[in-house]
Design a protein. Structure first.
Length: 154
């Protein structure tokens, strides 16, 4: 992953004349970069908020279904959550609820990093194990590989 641009250092270097660009262009560039950073932060916050809302709504549905079934106790709720909240399920729902510009900017492995709070290699492995193309921008089951005899996990 690319390192985060140190805008303060860039601004100091521009002001000192170490980097030579028209001063008006410099300030416009810095303002635009700061604006883009703010938009990315807003998108990340929106993603976390929407993920929390979706999980809460899904858990409520599971509670209601369990309560309506005879013998639907706490263990049944836990099993229902484990069965439904697979990485594929979570990633596909997150892709569905985030804004379109976020989906166009973030590959699946980056989305997995944000959602599961893991590093880049772990996020790629999560995608691969869920059958999702880590470098793709949509969550779809990957084509079956020759190594597993064409059998696809469901």
């Amino acid at each position: 992953m690319a390192e985060k641009l140190d805008l303060d250092a860039l601004e100091r270097n521009l002001r000192r004349g170490i980097v030579r660009i028209d001063p008006e262009v410099q300030l416009a560039m810095i303002a635009r970069i700061r604006e883009l950073e703010a938009r990315v932060e807003l998108g990340s916050n929106l993603l976390r908020e929407q993920t929390d809302k979706t999980c809460a709504a899904n858990l409520r549905v599971i509670e209601l279904e369990s309560a309506s079934q005879p013998g639907g106790g706490e263990a049944a709720k836990v099993e229902a959550v484990r069965a439904n909240f697979t990485p594929f399920f979570i990633m596909s729902n997150v892709r569905r609820i985030v804004p379109a510009y976020y989906n166009k900017q973030r590959a699946n492995w980056v989305l997995a990093m944000d959602v599961f709070a893991v590093g880049s290699r772990s996020a790629q492995r999560i995608c691969e194990e869920a059958g999702i193309d880590p470098d793709g921008f949509t969550v779809e089951r990957a084509a079956p590989s020759a190594g597993n005899g064409g059998a696809e996990e469901r």
